[in-house]
Design a protein around this ligand. Sequence first.
Ligand SMILES: Cc1cc2nc3c(=O)[nH]c(=O)nc-3n(C[C@H](O)[C@H](O)[C@H](O)COP(=O)(O)OP(=O)(O)OC[C@H]3O[C@@H](n4cnc5c(N)ncnc54)[C@H](O)[C@@H]3O)c2cc1C
Length: 354
Amino acid sequence: MKIAIVGTGLMGRILALELSNTTHELSLFDKHDADAHTSCLYAGAGMIAPSCELEEAREIINQLGLQSLQVWPQILAKLDNPIFYQHTGTVVVAHPGDHEELIHLKEAITKKSHVTEGARIIGQQELSELEPELTPHFSQGIYFPLEGQIDNRAFIEVSTKTILSRKIPWKTNCNIQSLDSHTITHDNETHTFDWVIDTRGLGAQQDLNTLRGVRGELIVVRAPEVHLTRPVRMLHPRYRLYVVPRPNNIYLIGATAIESQDLSPISVRSTLELLSAAYALHTGFAEARILETVVNCRPAFSNNLPKIMCSDGLIRINGLYRHGFLIGPALAQITVDYLNNNSINSLGKAVMEI
Ligand SMILES: Cc1cc2nc3c(=O)[nH]c(=O)nc-3n(C[C@H](O)[C@H](O)[C@H](O)COP(=O)(O)OP(=O)(O)OC[C@H]3O[C@@H](n4cnc5c(N)ncnc54)[C@H](O)[C@@H]3O)c2cc1C
């Protein structure tokens, strides 16, 4: 079948990689460059955290996330080069005065899902084995062993190379003016396909009037004095902080969730809160160097759940909100199954609208 994928951010790219293993004739389109600088894919922290996200998300996000954790290694194995991806869990800590927060989090998560295998409250001994630099300031935490993370920037670079080496036609800097069943229009010309797949994220707002943007801000630092080995979250009654380690002492410190579509640079308030929280987590961040600040708006429906909307010759996948890395591979699998076999499994039934 001739399939057009419109939007090669996170969802469009995963889908293109999955569909390029089949016999379909793919064409990719994006408004911007293949380096994806303006997409949420570029801004993301790359955490794959099916348990931690349950604090606010519904159980279906946990199920899609667990499925994605199986699929990510298969996607990455087929890329032209290896990239940084690890599956060593997440550690959540709170200062001694905030230990109640840990208990509330654990209860909230277990209430929503039975599949948080191995998640446990840990004392100073286990914490010091997992992340030695967090003790003695922290004496308790929760360990979620099932979680992972991916380097989103490396994924952009290597997925671009792989898509190009597979000779898939990819029109970049091409603004799709409109799309519909079987058709897309750009440069005032209409083109026909068996299927059009709309993965424009927030760019699809003109067609999806309940889609909104949720602003996220993140700070990238180089911190030679910090040696954390896995994503660490810190609970505080007023805010939530995460610190995500990347190779070469790079750390992502994030992220805010603000009900706004404002794409202007990071605010002073967010900068102060994120950096002082990072310093409260690890004093080694005092001598870190700020490399970059990142802002983008996550595409979300009112219930913050994703949707795959299917009609004749048109599939729209959107509303990935703060969970694109967590659920993208599972959504891609559901879509590929539908396209290839017209089949819908139980996860598909939960997210598809036909
Ligand atoms: C600060 C921040 C941190 C995040 N951290 C995480 C995390 O740790 N874990 C996680 O799971 N998720 C995270 N997310 C969320 C994740 O990044 C998003 O859910 C995901 O990127 C959304 O994917 P998407 O493909 O729908 O949109 P995008 O990745 O934004 O891609 C949309 C693409 O469509 C293109 N496009 C738009 N309009 C048009 C048009 N008219 N014609 C052609 N092309 C068009 C755009 O150029 C873009 O390339 C984070 C997001 C932010 C902002």
